[in-house]
Design a protein around this ligand. Structure first.
Ligand code: PLP
Length: 404
């Protein structure tokens, strides 16, 4: 049975695989034969520790995370990491360059959408550094205002010795994503990074984590993702941190860096095996079941193939509607996200008609983010190809009706 469930195209929290939800029901009542539910059991129990170890292993193997990088679990979401990356990496920079003044301590932000813009704003709030916008994608947009593209590589002018370089791999609100194919003009310009390979490259993967392999993962210092889009419920944040970015923040504070709250310090998390305080036990459990299921399904090569097909056919349907003057894509060709496809339905009242009609057929969560409007189709791992086919069939019918 489908339990009366609809097709959930929401941007997050978003759909989870039904098979996992069913499996989780068992653990909710009696986890690993302990006679206690997962939300009731101690995070220090050997059963939970074994589960946590397996979860970490499943992420490490599927993403091919090298031994130079730790996998850490925390709370506070992507927003928590907007602050944590700044504080930890300013502490690191202070230890490396104790003489540098705040003006000489540069943070490089690549701004390609609403979330990277927010992250840069938080870096400015926290102070203690000079925050630079390396490139602002709005400059290269069709109207000078929208985040609708990955800018040309020639425009990425990184600083020589920044304390961090920051980008958001997939912009959930705007539907813009760095391309996966290294040859694409919309790929992240790894070749332009400062020659000093220890300059920390930070990536927000909140809405594209484990939808496909991560290009040049080993060249990143920190990769983070809130779980609530691709791999689980809200309340869990996954971090992949290179060892040299796990620093003694108190030693840095003695040299004049800002004090770092214990719970935001990567060293606290690393030294305690992500169990310094009570973790989000239930969210870890469900995300653990999801990544185990992913492994059984063939891992990231499988999801990459399916996600590629889902995105390609959805964009083809939008393109067809564009030819007929009914839809209009919002993102420039080549910069479109695999995970969040955004478009407009043209004409007075047409968008509402489109959304209402979809809802009547059991397809929900299609309304664009309140800041930008339009339609947004989120195509996370749990959305099946058949579900996408159903939406495409609806779009074709909508086109036919609009034409008549
Ligand atoms: N970064 C990206 C790319 C996001 O999509 C989101 C949330 O949608 C965030 C950061 C903020 O994450 P959170 O709500 O977990 O704090």
């Amino acid at each position: 049975t489908d339990h009366g469930r609809v097709i959930n195209f929401g941007a997050g929290p978003s759909a989870l695989p039904l098979s996992v939800l069913e499996e989780a029901q068992t653990g909710l009542v009696n986890f690993a034969g302990t006679g206690m539910g997962i939300a009731e059991i101690s995070h220090r129990s050997k059963e939970f520790q074994a589960f946590l170890d397996g979860f970490e292993r499943d992420i490490r193997t599927q993403l091919d995370v090298p031994p130079t990088h730790r996998i850490l679990f925390t709370q506070g979401g992507g927003t928590g990491q907007f602050s944590a990356v700044v504080l930890n990496l300013l502490a690191r920079y202070k230890l490396l360059r104790p003489q540098a003044s705040a003006e000489d301590t540069v943070l490089d932000y690549v701004v390609t959408g609403s979330w990277s813009k927010k992250a840069a704003e938080e870096a400015r709030r926290l102070g203690g550094s000079t925050v630079r916008t390396v490139v602002d994608a709005r400059v290269y947009s069709k109207d000078g205002k929208a985040f609708d593209n990955i800018p040309p590589h020639a425009e990425f002018a990184f600083s020589a010795d920044p304390a961090l370089i920051y980008y958001c791999e997939n912009e959930t609100v705007d539907g813009v994503e760095f391309a996966h194919d290294a040859q694409s003009p919309a790929a992240f310009p790894f070749h332009l990074l400062p020659q000093n390979t220890l300059v920390p490259l930070i990536a927000d993967y909140s809405s594209s984590f484990m939808c496909r392999p991560i290009p040049r993962l080993a060249d990143h210092a920190v990769i983070y993702a809130g779980a609530q889009k691709n791999i689980g419920p809200a309340g869990l944040t996954v971090l992949i941190v290179r060892e040299d970015c796990i620093v003694d923040v108190d030693a840095a504070a003695k040299l004049g860096a800002a004090p770092v709250p214990l719970i935001l310090s990567y060293k606290t998390l690393a030294d305690s095996g992500s169990l310094y305080n009570t973790p989000s036990v239930l969210a870890i459990y469900m995300a653990g079941l999801v990544v185990k299921r992913m492994k059984e399904n063939g891992g990231l090569p499988y999801y990459e193939e399916v996600n590629r097909r889902k995105a390609n056919k959805l964009y083809a349907a939008v393109h067809e509607g564009e030819q007929k003057g009914v839809f209009r894509r919002k993102v420039q060709q080549g910069s479109e996200s695999w995970m969040n496809a955004v478009f407009e339905v043209l004409g007075e009242g047409a968008e509402k008609k489109f959304l209402d009609g979809a809802e009547k057929e059991g397809m929900k969560g299609l309304k664009g983010h309140r800041s930008v409007g339009g339609v947004r189709v989120s195509l996370y791992n749990a959305v099946t190809e058949q579900e996408v086919d159903k939406l495409i069939a609806y779009m074709a019918r909508f086109l036919a009706e609009s034409a008549s």
